[in-house]
Design a protein around this ligand. Structure first.
Ligand code: COA
Length: 329
């Protein structure tokens, strides 16, 4: 699915992010599984990640991120008419985390539902909210992306525990005078889904209980997929919007792994200094990754009015998605 934005301009008017306090370094991980800082740094560029406390669930991370985004947009939660949470680690399957969050925030008039698209969840939810607003079905939306992946990792599996971390980010979307979102591209390839899966997490019965409920990943296949779609999705949205890669001021790829991100930036021809990188400090926070990176870029003064911002996510499904926007400040 690919599309150029049409109709009234819609943009991000508030950004917020939250990560748990606890830092787990590569050295600490090497006391749990057979790994070491050198291997992790060389293959992933990850130095440390944040891990939620036992009592912290997804909405505990989503709430401060959502409050910060609402505050930045000077919006009262009661004025929201749409609230979407993209996560594969909701507090529980139902009630949805979106409904719980809406209640805590006081978003009493908002339609609220969760959306699943693996690490691409935030991008899917962004497009979903944009579409609802462009169609006139909603005026003000809050989109939260985040995960507590530490809950679904097998902490004896060195091939996955080194990659992921916990975190959440949120954006407020509103109608604006300036362009804002210019276009999107989303895609899914279920045939490749087996390469990144969570067996035993749904209605598909798995008789062999080994490893059920934990992330299973074929790292090499996911690596090949990721390096391919980060490039093809970005090129597709740029082409559709009549923009060229030289126009991109800020590039925010899914923070999966520095090697994957560097490969994508080089293939696209985006200078590394235009890419936002925080995977070294947070690891792959799944649906939290892009809004977390955006919020940090903004805090560092890297998002200026008129900047062309390119975001591309990818993950389980297998799924991918890009958005191109002109930052409206
Ligand atoms: N520490 C030390 N050694 C490790 C290790 C770890 N944490 N994990 C795996 N190894 C070992 C393997 O057992 C293997 O050993 P062997 O050669 O003796 O068999 C060796 O390191 C190489 O493993 P391999 O899986 O081929 O490494 P790789 O170069 O493909 O890197 C990933 C592994 C996971 C870093 C890489 O495949 C990757 O980044 N994939 C994408 C993952 C991703 O981004 N997923 C989320 C997408 S949203």
């Amino acid at each position: 699915m690919i599309g150029k934005a049409q109709g009234a301009p819609i943009s991000i008017t508030g950004l917020g992010a939250y990560v748990p306090n606890r830092i787990v370094t590569n050295d600490e991980l090497s006391t749990m599984v057979d790994t070491n800082d050198e291997w992790i740094m060389e293959r992933t560029g990850i130095r440390e990640r944040r891990i939620a406390a036992p009592e912290e669930a997804f909405t505990d991370l989503a709430l401060p991120a959502a409050r910060a985004a609402l505050a930045q947009a000077s919006m009262d939660a009661a004025d929201l008419d749409l609230l979407l949470c993209a996560t594969v680690t909701p507090d529980m399957m139902f009630p949805t985390s979106s409904a719980l969050l809406a209640d805590t925030l006081g978003a009493k008039d908002a339609a609220a539902y969760d959306l699943l698209a693996g690490c691409t969840g935030f991008m899917y939810a962004l497009v979903q909210a944009y579409g609802m607003m462009a169609a006139g079905l909603a005026e003000r939306a809050l989109v939260v992306g985040g995960d507590v992946l530490s809950r679904i990792l097998d902490w004896t599996d060195r091939s996955t525990v080194v990659l992921f971390g916990d975190g959440a980010g949120a954006v407020v979307l509103e109608k604006v005078d300036k362009p804002g979102f210019l276009g999107f591209e989303l895609g899914a390839d279920g045939a490749g889904g087996i390469h990144l899966s969570l067996p035993g997490s749904g209605s598909r019965r798995i008789d062999d209980a080994t490893g059920n409920g934990f992330v299973h990943m074929n790292g090499r296949e996911v690596f090949k997929f990721a390096t391919r779609v980060l490039v093809s999705s970005a090129e597709a949205v740029l082409e559709r919007c009549g923009a060229s890669v030289e126009d991109v001021d800020v590039y925010v790829p899914h923070q999966a792994n520095v090697r994957i991100m560097d490969h994508a930036a080089a293939k696209l021809g985006i200078p590394r200094e235009r890419m936002v990188v925080n995977v070294d400090r947070y690891g792959n926070t799944s649906s939290g990754s892009i809004p977390l990176a955006l919020a940090e870029a903004q805090a560092a003064g890297r998002l200026k009015e008129g900047d062309l911002v390119l975001m591309t996510g990818m993950g389980a499904g297998l799924t991918w998605g890009s958005a191109l926007m002109e930052w409206t400040g």
